[in-house]
Structure formats: C-alpha cells, structure tokens
Design a protein around this ligand. Sequence first.
Ligand code: SME
Length: 315
Amino acid sequence: MSEKEQKYRELLRQAKALVEGESDVVARMANIAALLHREMGFWWTGFYRVEGKELVLGPFQGPVACYRIKKGRGVCGTSWAERRTVVVPDVEQFPGHIACSSESRSEIVVPVWHNNDIVAVLDIDSRELSTFDETDRIWLEMIGGLAYGPQCDIWFAAGCFWGAQKFFKLIEGVEFTEVGFANGRLKNPTYEQVYTDTTGHAECVHVKYNPEVVSLKELAGLYFKIIDPLSLNKQGGDEGTRYRTGVFYADESDLPVLEKVFASVKKDLGVASIPVELLPLLCFYPADEYHQDYLDKNPGGYCHLSPAVFKIARK
Ligand code: SME
C-alpha cells in the first residue's frame, strides 16, 4: 500500500469522527476542507455547492477564488455536468480551465453525491504538475461525500455489473452507484481489455450508502441473495475471473462486520469456505458511460439476474 493511500485511510477515519454529531453542511465542509488541506499539504482545497444552475463557492482553504461557476464550465462545471471525477494533470491543457490563481498547475474535482444527485463538488489544486491520480480520486470521493451527512462506501463484485447495479440502486439508503473494474493490475483498463480476462480486474459496483438508513450488514446480506456463493468465476451465464464474486472494503472497521456475514453464509450452507473474496479495495476504475445505469438505458438488455431478485431490493 502506498504512503499516500495509508495517509488517506487514516484521514477517512479522522474525517468521519470529525463530522459526527454536526448536522450543518457548511460547518462540515469547513472542517473537511481544513483537515484535507493541512494533512495533505494541498495548495487550494474547497467546496463549490450546487445552487440552481451554478456552482457557488463554499468553505475552502487557500487563496481567494471565483464565486460562481456555470454547469459545464471549467474543471468544476465539467465534473458536475459529466457526473464524474475529473483529474487534470496540467491545467493549461484543459480547455476552459478557470484560473483562479496563476500558480495552480494541476487539479482534481470530485462530485459530492447525496440521494443520487450531485449537490456539490470538492476541488483541489496543486502548484505541481500531475499531482493527482486514481488513489486521490477514490479517497477524495469518499471524504468529500461526508459533507452532507453520514456516508459509507463498499464495492460488490457480483458477476455482470449491469444487473448488479440495477439491484443495488433499488435499495433504500443507497445514495450513489457506479460500475467499474476493481482489484486488477492494469491502470485505467478499458472494458475490452478487462474482457480478455487477463488484467485481473473484477466487474464491480461501487455503492455509496447512508448507514443510518441501511447498514453494511443488510447490504452484504442482500448481496448474498443475488450471487451463487458456491460458484467460482461464474455467475449466471457469465464466466471468467472478471465475473468472480467479492466484497471489497476501504474502511478497516467494515471487516469484522463483513466477516460475520460471511461466517453466517458459510454456516447456512454447511461449508468451510466459499469462493467469494473478502479483501481491501486495491483499485477501482469506473467503466465508460455506456456501462453506467445500462439497464435503465436499455430496459430489455441482458441481465444475468432473475427478475424476481429485484423485488427483494425494491425501495
Ligand atoms: N480551476 C477551477 C476553478 C476553481 S479554482 O481552482 C479554486 C475550474 O476550472 O473549475
């Protein structure tokens, strides 16, 4: 594990403890920005909040910044419009970049999701080129997500991610889902590369949820209702290591909860082990827009899950 990842792991724990008990969003943003800025040594760290058709400057640390950014404009407005994290290695190469300070050289903007909508973005600037990568993306999405209330993250590999995403989206308390490729070797793999079954990635759904509405234990219990826990590298008609099953966690405190769920599944099945991975999340690369919410966009599309399972999840 890289030093940066280790630091973020600790910061996620600190940020969760820091915002606990405070319900005011601006106050939570202020302390999240302060914590990140100081501990990570960033140049500019702050939030822009969605207000109608614009982003409006929120709590931040660093030099003065522009107040309002329109949807689709700059890095922040692009992240909002395209509903994804934008990593910019060199701001001069990003068409439409809004330069609040001429000293900023690279930037990352992550959306803050709440009830399946983007309510703000977390923007971080650096005075060096190429400061941010996929590690920053994964952890900043989690830490920024704490601004609007309690939010936790878990990654489920459940065979083909089209049906798995449709299932998890239906569960009350789930605030965001995204499909992608987890725990493989190749950086930024394409679907076609993962499809060769040589990159080591598993098709996976990233689930953000409000732990006050649905618990990890409940989510993991539902997960086991949509997989065959005895089948290795095969779910429904889909075969290959990319369709293996697994639960990947970012927060260490999730492990004992998940271990209990796994133990009870094994006990119920009367087996000593199941071929379902239980591992820390090592990496996650979102799949192309084409694969996101695939079955909403293509209701008659291929789904390896039986229609009956969606009734279990219905909100
Ligand atoms: N560079 C941002 C504007 C905000 S400042 O970086 C603080 C953008 O292009 O959206």
